[in-house]
Write a protein that binds this ligand. Sequence first.
Ligand SMILES: Nc1nc2c(c(=O)[nH]1)N[C@H]1C(S)=C(S)[C@@H](COP(=O)(O)OP(=O)(O)OC[C@H]3O[C@@H](n4cnc5c(=O)[nH]c(N)nc54)[C@H](O)[C@@H]3O)O[C@H]1N2
Ligand SMILES: Nc1nc2c(c(=O)[nH]1)N[C@H]1C(S)=C(S)[C@@H](COP(=O)(O)OP(=O)(O)OC[C@H]3O[C@@H](n4cnc5c(=O)[nH]c(N)nc54)[C@H](O)[C@@H]3O)O[C@H]1N2
Ligand SMILES: [Mo]
Length: 768
Amino acid sequence: MAPKTTDDTPQLPTKVVSEGLQTQPYTAAAGGMGAVTSVFREANRHTGLLRCIKLLGSINQSDGFDCPGCAWPDPPAAERTAFEFCENGAKAIIAEGTRERVGPDFFEQWSIDQLLEQSDHWLEAQGRLTHPMVRKAGATHYTPIEWSEAFDLIARELNTVESPDEAIFYTSGRTSNEAAFLYQAFVRNFGTNNMPDCSNMCHESSGRGLGASIGIGKGTVSLQDFDEAEAIFVIGQNPGTNHPRMLTALERAKERGSRIVSVNPIRERGLEAFAHPQKPMALLGRSTTISDLYLQVRINGDVAFLKGMMKIIMDREEQAPGTILDHSFIDTHTAGFEDFKAALTQVQWSEIIEQSGLTRPEIEAAADIYCQAKSAIVCWAMGLTQHKNGVGNIQEVVNLLLLRGNIGRPGAGACPVRGHSNVQGDRTMGIVERPSESFLVNLEASMGFKAPRKHGVDTVEAIHAMKEKQAKVFFAMGGNFVAATPDTAYTEAAIQETELTVQVSTKLNRSHLITGNQALILPCLGRSEIDNQASGPQFVSCENSMSVVTRSQGNNEPASPTLMSEPAIVAHLAHHTLGETSPVDWLHLVEDYDRIREIIAQTIPGFEHYAARIRDRDGFVLPNSAGSREWRTQSGRAEFTVHPIPHIDLAEGQYLMATVRSHDQYNTTIYGLDDRYRGIFGERRVIMMNPEDIQEAGLQEGQVVDLTSHFEDGERHAPRFVVVQQNVPRKCVFTYFPEANPLVPARSVAKLSNTPTSKSVVISMTPA
Ligand SMILES: Nc1nc2c(c(=O)[nH]1)N[C@H]1C(S)=C(S)[C@@H](COP(=O)(O)OP(=O)(O)OC[C@H]3O[C@@H](n4cnc5c(=O)[nH]c(N)nc54)[C@H](O)[C@@H]3O)O[C@H]1N2
Ligand SMILES: Nc1nc2c(c(=O)[nH]1)N[C@H]1C(S)=C(S)[C@@H](COP(=O)(O)OP(=O)(O)OC[C@H]3O[C@@H](n4cnc5c(=O)[nH]c(N)nc54)[C@H](O)[C@@H]3O)O[C@H]1N2
Ligand SMILES: [Mo]
């Protein structure tokens, strides 16, 4: 099949759906000129063109900074182009590099109540935070505070809690290895493992599922594997928006003859066709067809689909024994195959078809592509992890890979595509509420304090703990806790029960406005900025989705001279809070980040000679046991597992809702109101529906509806969403995160991983 196509489809007309909302089906390839235009529009608005070009020129270069966008890996340094970034990475950098500032005068002008009336988009657009600010108990406004006074205030609160477990320390995934290591060390020296992080809402199901099945909670592939795979499955992921540089890898694979299968209820444009925005021919309209097969599975129909595929694989093997399954791999490397096989025989086709929403020929086509490929990779993201059976989803993917020995050899493997640029590294550095004993033993040996053993709270448990007044201090290293978490009303009430909330941030967001009795904003440097400490300019390091650790050095003037780096904030916090009681000289450590790397090298396996190896322009790759077919599981083998096909029963008038990202946002940071590839412009409070469902419900496109979610503990409401058509399966509807978070019940979580089920919420709607 010739992958190159010239996109001459005529542009369809724009439709005005309601006031402010327009739709226009997107017919061109993803990327292309549209991506370039979009970057320059953002640049014009926030940084100016020259500054933008300077910023973009150092993204993902060996002497520059790691793109703060997503965790997709960079090609080896020798293969990198002068501009190694994507549209949405560029938007993230432009957002950080904005000329706008939010300083003391801004907070004098705006009361917290007034700010609460503004949208997330507006808050983000006000610019970079410049000064530490405090909201004293009962105050209507934030006022400036000196850094040392801010640290004294936090230390005072932390030192008056009855138990260290009354403090909670959240992390979002942009935090560098150096900052994360120092942070978790401080928290454990203080005496708690209460370290929830954004991973709890993200790839926790992947970590738990992979950990139990193959003995390591990380992916097993490298970027080179994409150059060898003969089949690539992309399940529950929208790379055109969320990992655009992945499309380059898919395009290359496609040009080589690899076949690509997409499994997604929405026909995501980036998975259909792609034009590389940095290739001249692509800008003239040449594009690559990405998917050979596009399966519009029902929301949470993936277990049924995967079981269907595996049933066909077993049938094919029966017809031609020894030609389909990798028996020698199964015999020497796996456990549980017989039970798995017996359970699969019991599964009925009628159930598979009903629950997946796919036809048998479609599932057969996917199985054929899988069986014809000598090596296959399965990639996934939130479409698999954020369900009640999120862990089961991942383990079914592993089952599929194990059948043909597709783990631990070139061109094959499991590829959870991570979100935040260092979310994987933060975990490696010990940001985890349930640390392993060996990690704690090493930490005690390298740092000289006693680390607590009691497990801490994860994100959802943190919300409950605050609600039940078991936590007095909430400290957030980045992120936007109240907007990113489920059950907005409940979470806001929980946060407001605390005595002190502290946010280390670059930009203004909702978490600065819904706070504890007292609140602090600590403004920090961004990735792209020069970080000067006592020994001179510093660099940090990050681990990408494929376990490659590379350095990242900002080279722009900080947004304000009053900003502190994240490591420095942690060091001062530790110094003020722990004082003489700590065996660690925190301020000395932060003078030179190599000193932090020395301790990491002593504590974490795989980081030997860290300070030296990180200076290699390609960084270094962490060891991956499963990648070399060493299985650190209970049985010492890779485990086949059995899971039931999930059923979500919908009553009349109910739909299954998934909350997704638009093309113009980075999680809770809203850059704009358009979702270009889905053809939705000017409005984010929309509900995407199948046209026949719209008709059957007696609704019309453009009509405004109020949404109610239904869960065992009751109903939740979110008003005023505009109905908009989208090519999606019947009874499946889609809204944007975070607008629809009030509908996600805090207690509706995935088994084992405790991840909120943001992709399966049962809802109904009534005309507003
Ligand atoms: N530009 C940009 N980049 C980002 C982010 C961002 O917000 N903006 N966020 C970052 C973060 S933290 C993360 S975790 C990643 C998220 O990256 P993704 O996981 O790609 O993001 P989502 O939009 O949450 O949804 C994923 C896809 O799952 C599909 N889906 C929903 N339900 C199901 C289902 O039941 N089965 C299947 N098979 N598919 C389903 C949706 O249609 C959607 O295409 O991106 C990271 N990169
Ligand atoms: N309904 C629903 N909810 C979801 C999801 C979903 O798909 N649906 N996805 C979940 C997922 S996958 C994730 S990862 C979470 C994300 O949850 P979070 O990580 O908590 O949220 P973000 O929106 O990424 O955080 C944005 C804020 O980080 C700050 N920031 C940006 N850069 C830096 C920096 O360099 N340092 C510091 N200190 N701060 C910085 C800025 O102030 C910005 O406002 O949300 C989860 N929530
Ligand atoms: Mo994420």
